[in-house]
Design a binder for this molecule. Structure first.
Ligand code: HAM
Length: 420
């Protein structure tokens, strides 16, 4: 039985094939994301993976609606697996914001589902680190969020030579559009043409722009001029103050595909331009109002960072964590007469926090030793027949092959102190 196309199996290390996904690499990403989010004072939330279909058709935009994994459930409800977290967050925050002091700084690591055409960096399921700030309209919040984005990539070992955050503004584009638009109600169509500028043939873009009252030359000139809005200027100086300005670049080719963005928008890319976007986000000041039917009106902004492109980039730059020794000690049971005492020792070690393995059934000594090596144990430990009333342990450090014999309590102390 095959798994569905675009879905992944995550194997334990060592993974069975070079291109297999690793559960421990995934854990590494999650741990770093959580760690950095907490450093910035963000609190974790989560929501259901299945939502009413309507939540996503309201304001995510045509592109994402075309990719929904939706169906009718046994109760006749139209439902969809979540393709993104932002609508769920908006619904949750709108329902409970009164219970929290503003601004809310919330993060989540949901698994998301999009029925996309499979290609490099795009699957039908991915995990996405989401960080959002709600209830703060000042661009100081935008700078704080972008600093968090930068630091979450740095925490994974990436540097300013590996990635850049391209910063733009829907406000700037909206003003540009309003100045020349043939029909002001078609702003989102215009944003979508700009979003696809780098991927579409110039003639196609030119023709679509012409229908909206613009020339391709006008649009290109606006991008090249790259005049920062007051908000973008404020964000840049806040990042400068943190010594993070080198990680960002003003770039009006970024506009974002999702329909709900209103102000600052940004995307993180690898510097060499080999991969798709690592992360994307921006301001969505009207979404809570829309989702709450006008009851709650909170400015908001956030980003999403996927695990697929990020893992590809970390692998390409040699920044995946080395498979560290997953075991502190392998307890050898050379003499079955020592099994009961050995089990007691195993238990004591585990209670003290050590990672311990031992042979569950009788096995030859050399097979046990080989297994200890395969598992990457730091130590082997073998209980010796109690002499002079006290149990003793033979400890061997597998890296140096040094051996000691010492009383059981001392062996325990030695292993536990090294393991910590
Ligand atoms: P998005 O740009 O659609 O934004 O996705 C953010 C990131 O998720 C992308 O840059 C990419 O790394 C990853 N991603 C998206 N789709 C896939 C896929 N099919 N396969 C693998 N990775 C993928 C959002 O989803 C917004 N809701 C982010 C946000 C949060 N905006 C405000 N708050």
């Amino acid at each position: 039985m095959e798994r569905l196309p675009g879905f992944r199996d995550f194997y334990p290390e060592p993974v069975p094939a070079r291109d297999a996904w690793s559960a421990s690499v995934r854990q590494h990403l999650f741990a770093q994301w959580r760690h950095v989010a907490e450093r910035y004072g963000f609190r974790e939330y989560d929501g259901p993976p299945l939502e009413p279909l309507e939540l996503f058709t309201v304001k995510s935009g045509a592109e994402i609606v075309g990719q929904l994994y939706n169906f009718t459930d046994k109760g006749g409800r139209d439902v969809s697996l979540r393709p993104e977290m932002t609508p769920t967050l908006a619904r949750m925050a709108a329902a409970a914001e009164r219970q929290y002091k503003k601004p809310l700084k919330w993060f989540a690591i949901p698994q998301l589902f999009r029925y996309e055409r499979q290609q490099k960096g795009r699957l039908r399921e991915h995990f996405q680190f989401n960080a959002d700030i709600l209830g703060e309209a000042d661009p100081a919040a935008d700078a704080e969020l972008i600093a968090l984005l930068i630091d979450s990539l740095r925490a994974l070992g990436l540097t300013g030579e590996d990635f850049v955050v391209r910063l733009s503004s829907r406000t700037a584009w909206q003003e540009f559009f309003d100045r020349g638009a043939a029909d002001r109600s078609r702003a989102y169509e215009f944003f979508q043409v700009v979003d696809k500028l780098e991927r579409e043939a110039p003639e196609t873009s030119a023709q679509r722009l012409d229908e909206l009252g613009f020339t391709l030359a006008q649009v290109r000139e606006f991008i090249e001029r790259a005049e920062p809005t007051a908000d973008l200027q404020a964000i840049l100086s806040s990042l400068s103050a943190r010594n993070l300005a080198a990680y960002v670049k003003l770039d009006y080719t970024v506009i974002r595909g999702l329909a709900y963005y209103t102000g600052t928008v940004f995307e993180a890319f690898d510097r060499k331009g080999e991969f798709r976007a690592i992360a994307g986000g921006g301001r969505y000041d009207n979404l809570l109002k829309l989702i709450s039917g006008g009851k709650v009106d909170l400015p908001a902004l956030g980003f999403g960072m996927g695990d697929v492109v990020l893992t590809e980039l970390l692998r390409a730059r040699g920044r995946l964590p080395a498979r560290e020794g997953a075991l502190d000690v392998f307890v050898l049971v050379a003499d079955e007469a020592q099994r009961t005492a050995s089990l007691g020792f195993v238990q004591q070690l585990r209670e003290a926090g050590s990672r311990v393995e031992y042979p569950m059934t009788p096995a030859k000594w050399d097979r046990q030793f080989k297994r200890a090596l395969e598992l990457g144990a730091t130590w082997t430990a073998q209980l010796l027949a109690a002499a002079n009333g006290g149990a003793a342990v033979r400890l061997k450090a597998l890296a140096t092959r040094e051996e000691f014999e010492l009383p059981l309590a001392d062996a325990l102390g030695r292993i536990v102190s090294r393991a910590g």
